[in-house]
Ligand binder design. Sequence first.
Ligand code: COA
Length: 258
Amino acid sequence: MAFELLTLERTDDDVAVLTLANGKVNALSGELVAEIHAAADELAAAPPAAVIVTGNERFFAAGADISQFGGPEEAAVIGPRILESLDALAALPCLVIAAVSGYALGGGCELALACDYRIASDTAVFGQPEILLGIIPGGGGTQRLPRTVGVSVAKELCITGRQVAAEEAHRIGLADEVVAVDELQDRAMELAVTISKGPRVAQAIAKRVIDAGAQTALADGLRLEQEAFVEVFRTEDSQIGVKSFLENGPGKAEFTGR
Ligand code: COA
């Protein structure tokens, strides 16, 4: 599909880079949200080794397009549309990395939260400022934020609309790493390329079990892990990895992705 409000590129290392390009502030308009969903569907049909989601240097994304808001009828359309597109991205069977520079507010913060791992530039600013509009997050913010930073911090952020800069975001676990702004894209790509050399099926199984376990009781999650532990030994890469270790030592396996 041809995209107009984002670019989707794939490197020689099979890393997909999804870059939001909707005007200056990357507002998550209905049109951009539809393109994000279409991009996620395209990636799901032929999964890359890893995905990087990014914006421009000043705006990762300034949130839902406020000019498209109306009343409850519009909200009943806008909310599910954003949520479903972010869920499609989150469900990809590979690590989805958010490379966040500048503002990640509202739906922008929710987009970053839907990613598996967040690398922030030292200029990044996160927040759920919906409350300042008299509304609440509608793209997963009240659910993914507390699961990431804890219930009390999430309540404080959603109820005050306070924005947090990169260092605080890192301290509360909202950003997993902070790097200098001019190193952001290189660091995200470095991580993605490292992952691209790993055993893809095992990576996908690890993500799947962690995500499933996060929604269940510990005992159920541990049972899921046991099933997946057997499943992963059916992959070609598990045989390659174990054999390579026994013959050559750690970290030298050349995986096939099967
Ligand atoms: N939806 C629609 N338009 C938005 C927007 C959004 N989420 N965020 C910013 N814009 C628009 C502004 O209205 C402004 O439009 P204009 O140039 O026609 O006046 C333009 O983008 C630039 O915004 P501005 O506020 O002038 O830039 P800034 O650098 O001073 O501040 C922000 C940037 C992101 C901090 C500020 O615009 C802001 O707080 N935006 C709203 C964020 C928000 O509440 N998101 C959650 C939505 S539910």
